[in-house]
Ligand binder design. Sequence first.
Ligand code: HPA
Ligand code: ZN
Length: 337
Amino acid sequence: MPLWQFCRGLPKAELHVHLEGCLEPDFLLELARRNEVAVPWETAEQLREAYRFRDLGSFLDLYFAGCQVLCDQRDFYELTTAYLDRAHQDGVAHAELFFGPQTFIERGIPVGVQLEGILDAVADAGARTGISASLLVSAHRHRTDDDAFALLDSVGPWADRIAGFGMGGAEVGNPPEKFVRYFAELRRQGFKTCVHAGEEGPADYVRQAVELLGVDRVDHGITILDDEDLVREVAAAGTPLTVCPISNVRLRTVPSLSEHPLPRMLAAGLNVSLHSDDPAYFGSGLADTYTATAEGVGLDRGTLTELARNSVRASFLPHASRQALLSRIDAVAPADC
Ligand code: HPA
Ligand code: ZN
């Protein structure tokens, strides 16, 4: 069986994908026309030309510009539906979707319009294809912790339909320690938590994420390798790190896939899994991410199977659902893996 077919057929959990990063160029332009939002691109080719990023900041500029075309409940529904259908084709059995309401709240779009559109699509996609998905509400670290608390308040009515809380945005200069109070409150309320740390920021940001915020997962975390003591601590604790190799290359935090630190992370015993981050902007869904990473860094099918198992174990699904998914992986695993 060709590698791409193996990667697609492997049941996987997608734990690090931003819904706003799933806005494909054709759909972005269609929404711009439908909602009469002026955008500086006329064709999907022009838009793809703009997808040459220098760093996280230049990517975030375009990512937030793209968000301008999302306006009403139908838009959020269609965005989520399109992603979940592609993910299902990619062998994603379960997806935890980051979504950042602050972008839209500031434009006056009620949070209910946003979340109901997404949650309806999750329910309908589950009924249609069997894919399971849940929502991770993501705050922006370049805003204040008061803003994060206001976000938490505004999503309160949907709390029982939120799987956890995360945080993304411009990392350097906005360390995890800025949000100690916010994460303490999330934990006090019993929510699962994760935070982007160690993508562009230093290993100390990863240390703050685990020691000061007490998160359940760290998103990216690749710069942890600069701190050997921290690597040993995080490996011993088994804290999951959701690694996105294609994103790292496209945002130039890593020069090429062959130089990606994933093999060193695995060798150090870190609990890593593979994810796509922003598939529309980086041109790679989860099956392609597995395939390209395997080819680029040199992973065999047994290791890919173990990475898929890690993704399921690191998910915020209940124990029984995780076990059921692990059995599905066993059914397609190569002999002796
Ligand atoms: N890092 C930080 N924030 C983000 C990212 C990312 O890779 N993708 C979308 N928002
Ligand atoms: Zn991300």
